[in-house]
Design a protein around this ligand. Structure first.
Ligand code: GUN
Length: 286
């Protein structure tokens, strides 16, 4: 069997056109244009591309974007001062601090400084806590994008065994929590695996839905996947042979039922959900 391709880009385009329409309605009703302020510290080439893509997506949906670029040598107090300014700026509805930050800066200190009402990444402890308790203000963009893909492709989640490979704060942890919540988009049985898991292939082979966010190129091979499973590849790795995911796409597509490509899978959905959160933030603040 060859897996069907889960076209994340097409689903993201659909979500983005819905957001563009809702944004136009919001602007017409309130006379206020939602605005995202992106903060980029240093000159990591991948981060520059991500931020540029996010800004372009904003503009295509009628959301204003601003970029604040700081040098790689920026100290923590400088960055905190900028965040404080953006928190108080009523024209800014969403604040995104692109990660990773340079080593002299304490990431968790910075993420805590962003106003929870402008925290469109949903990284602030208050928003993480609300999400865990099942009363979210914002949902983190990448796991929310994956959940939307599963819902919009009518992939059964309730009662399914989801194995999440990776336990990061940005993807693995929130993904597991969101899919185990009660209600639509949840009710899954979730197992979280990571680099220290014993008999990893034995566990991943039990997955009806395998979400891979381990950050290692082509880590998941065909022998780790149950025939017919849905495989969601969150990875983006730069290799000599170009961009590849955390899944060995060519091998796994011969076993899986459905699979996301890299690029064109989860990445565009992450951006669509950032737009969703920016519009939601503007609504919350007006
Ligand atoms: N770096 C990698 N993923 C993300 C993300 O979702 N948000 C931010 N701000 N930085 C990231």
């Amino acid at each position: 069997m060859t897996a069907a391709i889960l076209d994340g880009k097409a689903v993201a385009d659909q979500i983005r056109s819905e957001i563009a329409e809702q944004t136009a309605q919001f602007v017409a009703a309130k006379g206020i244009t939602p605005c995202l302020a992106a903060v980029l510290v240093g000159d990591d080439p991948a981060s520059q591309v991500y931020v540029r893509n996010k800004q372009r997506a904003c503009e295509n949906s009628g959301i204003t974007s601003r970029l604040h670029r700081l040098s790689a040598g920026t100290c923590q107090d400088e960055l905190l001062a900028l965040i404080d300014e953006l928190n108080r700026d009523q024209a800014v509805h969403g604040i995104l601090v692109q990660l990773p930050l340079p080593p002299q800066i304490d990431e968790s200190r910075v993420l805590q400084a962003v106003s929870p009402l402008k925290d469109v990444d949903a990284f602030h402890p208050e928003n993480v806590g609300r999400m865990v308790q099942g009363r979210p203000r914002f949902l983190p963009c990448t796991p929310h994008g994956v959940q939307q893909l599963l819902l919009r492709k009518n992939i059964p989640i309730a009662g399914s065994h989801v194995v999440v490979l990776g336990r990061s704060d940005i993807v693995g942890k929130p993904m597991a929590i969101m899919l185990m919540q009660r209600g639509a988009g949840g009710d899954a049985t979730v197992t979280v695996c990571h680099s220290r898991t014993r008999d990893l292939p034995g566990l991943t082979r039990q997955a009806d839905i395998l979400v891979v966010a381990i950050g290692r190129a082509r880590f998941v091979t065909a022998d780790m996947v149950k025939p017919g499973a849905v495989v969601i590849d969150v990875g983006i790795n730069r290799t000599e042979s170009g961009l590849v995911g955390d899944v060995d796409f060519e091998g796994v597509r011969e076993v899986a039922g459905q699979i996301t490509p890299v690029p064109g899978g989860v990445g565009p959905l992450t951006i669509a959900m950032l737009l969703h959160n920016t519009l939601a933030a503007a609504r919350l603040q007006t």
